[in-house]
Design a protein around this ligand. Structure first.
Ligand SMILES: [Zn+2]
Length: 407
């Protein structure tokens, strides 16, 4: 048995090597001290999330922020220059003024904003600047987000950032404050998830990405996928999201409530995904799949309109885009799912693929309906959401609306 367990291998990281740019020991102390005298580059929440993902290997094989050749190749061809699939630019934008003060070959310090939003916050690491280059925001917006509409949250962020990209390898000596303070016990790096998967004897693992509470429809999809693999990585995104998304702490509480009662503990790992949302739809679906491959997952669930926002992407675009890649180069297997819902006549959770009945038999609630029920303190129908989850969401909404009397 032991021999058999040791004879298998998890899926290889993207590009073959799991990157680790977290400094340890003496070199960490030396670099932290040296950084104090370097030119400081302010990081945005997106940059901080990217730094965490690069340094812990989530974005393997990237060792830093992209240079111009990789950037252009990603924007125009969805591959790195080495031929590996890659769909989202991972870049560090600065103002022209700051760029002018930095030379190629210089090492700069990467700074968290302090509470006042100015540079002077904690230093996290250093960047060995190998390139600085101008880029075309409209081209990046059009190719990556499929729109140049400034109302798109990813495009808005792109248009607001500096005009020059700094590129080069990074080293990190301190993890971002959020990583150290928010859900510290749920932050498995790819090296850690890989170790846990091996310890549990899991070989095939499916990852479920979410930025929403788990309703019955999601539970059904996760459990259907789990039937064909060994384990489920429940991987909520807790990096920067839109202001109207449900706060990460409320979501994580709701995941724990449902896992305790309805999921076998030895088949599920709950860990948070530190990436920031880009809302780049289909391209982000590929990006999310590659990141999960680095965590050691062999399968990745892709729902309808994955990583979408508004009406910028077609319903199935995040499925179709996988056809544009060599499956051997991606390696991780996408599992495509339809929207699912409870059908009263079937007496089960179904989808349009599996149920012949009419909409009248289906229990479907809009986001607006869900919000107003929760705001009134009403449990959602149990066929739609488990009561354990409803209760957490109702409490969370009361806290958010600052109504301690009702809490
Ligand atoms: Zn039915």
């Amino acid at each position: 048995m032991t021999e058999r367990r040791n004879s298998f291998h998890l899926i290889a990281p993207h590009g073959g090597t799991l990157i680790n740019r977290l400094l340890q020991g003496d070199i960490r102390e030396t670099m932290r001290e040296r950084a104090q005298s370097l030119v400081r580059v302010p990081l945005t929440p997106l940059n901080i999330a990217d730094l965490e993902c690069i340094s812990t290997g989530v974005f393997s094989p990237l060792c830093g922020f992209m240079g111009e050749a990789d950037y252009q190749s990603v924007v125009h061809h969805m591959h790195l220059t080495n031929g590996l699939p890659w769909t989202i630019p991972v870049t560090l934008a600065v103002t022209s003024d700051l760029a002018a003060r930095i030379s190629i070959g210089q090492t700069v310090a990467l700074a968290e904003p302090d509470p006042a939003g100015v540079v002077g916050g904690r230093l996290l690491g250093v960047l060995e600047v190998s390139e600085k280059f101008h880029y075309d925001k409209a081209v990046e917006a059009h190719n990556v987000y499929c729109t140049t509409d400034p109302a798109h949250p990813g495009v808005a962020r792109l248009y607001a950032q500096g005009e020059v990209y700094l590129a080069g390898d990074i080293w990190v000596f301190d993890r971002p404050i959020e990583v150290e303070t928010t859900f510290p016990r749920l932050r498995c790096t790819p090296a850690e998830t890989r170790r846990i998967f091996k310890e549990r004897g899991w070989r095939r693992i499916v990852a479920f990405q979410t930025r929403n509470p788990i309703h019955r429809a999601h539970e059904y999809i996760q459990k259907t996928a789990l039937e064909i693999v060994d384990g489920l990585l429940l991987h909520p995104l807790v990096g920067e999201t839109k202001a109207d998304d449900i706060p990460a702490d409320v979501r994580v509480e709701s995941y724990q409530a449902i896992l305790d009662s309805y999921y076998p503990a030895d088949r599920v790992l709950l860990s948070v995904f530190p990436a920031a949302m880009r809302y780049a739809g289909p391209r982000e679906a590929i990006f999310h799949a590659i990141a999960r491959k680095n965590y050691g997952c062999s399968h990745f669930i892709v729902g309808r309109d994955h990583a979408g926002v508004g009406n910028y992407y077609g319903t199935y675009d995040a499925h179709y885009i996988f056809d544009e890649f060599d499956p051997r180069a991606l390696d991780i297997t996408p599992l495509f799912f339809e929207h699912t819902f409870y059908c009263k006549r079937c007496g089960a959770i179904v989808s349009s693929k599996t149920c012949p009945h009419s909409k009248d038999d289906h229990i479907v609630l809009s986001g607006t309906q869900v919000r107003s029920m929760l705001e009134r303190g009403e449990l959602l129908p149990p066929e739609f959401t488990r009561p354990e989850v409803s209760r957490v969401l109702i409490e969370g909404m009361r806290r958010k609306n600052g109504d301690p009397a009702k809490a």
